[in-house]
Design a protein around this ligand. Sequence first.
Ligand code: NAP
Length: 218
Amino acid sequence: MNEPGHVLVVGASRGIGLELVRQYARDGWTVHATTRGEEPGDLGEIDGAVQLHRLDVRNDGQVSSLVEALPQRGLDVVIHNAGIYRGHTRDELMEVNAEGPIRVVQSLIAGGRMADNGSVVLMTSRMGSRRGRTDILGDYGDSKAALNDEFRLRAPAWELAGVIAVVMHPGWVRTDMGGSGATLSVEESATGIRRVIAGMSSADHGRFYNWDGSEQPW
Ligand SMILES: NC(=O)c1ccc[n+]([C@@H]2O[C@H](COP(=O)([O-])OP(=O)(O)OC[C@H]3O[C@@H](n4cnc5c(N)ncnc54)[C@H](OP(=O)(O)O)[C@@H]3O)[C@@H](O)[C@H]2O)c1
């Protein structure tokens, strides 16, 4: 969808999520942005219609409160961007990267918060793609592969619920996670992600895309 509407960005305190909030707010969208901390941080500097919500994706109570706070049938776009990489146990990676996005999106759908034909993007990684890999994926790659697998299992039900959902690799991006040697700026990645979302139709449901719109093998 190209007209400004309501977008939810989960994991918006920094990195790609923060830039997505900046760009959508600049373009006149109403942005619901989640952070784990109590302080708005850099989100507090953004002009426009930005509403902050407190959310750790592992916290069921906070997920329920978020759903309650959002408009009925109101979300045109949901981007589940929150994720972790280094310095975490395998269990933590699974909980945040694989279970978190499914928990949040399933709750939004069951709670009737998605607009008809609303778009959902679950941020995954190419490191979760098994295609052509002969080495092991590692704990992070495994967590994103588990997300992709669960997404494919849920996709038929989500389609029946009237949602257009994809998983997406944001590129290798210069953030705390991606590091300073990465190829893309947050502006380039977020611009690409938004362009893909704006062009999404029901034919895209259930697919795995890169930030530039190319399809990523599973
Ligand atoms: N950067 C890359 O090159 C790259 C490549 C492939 C995939 N990705 C994926 O793209 C997404 C964004 O990456 P990024 O580079 O922007 O990462 P980042 O700079 O490390 O930011 C991660 C964001 O996720 C939030 N978050 C982490 N754990 C959370 C939790 N339990 N509940 C709620 N929010 C949580 C963080 O909040 P706090 O500030 O509270 O920690 C932060 O806002 C991630 O899913 C990542 O796996 C990134």
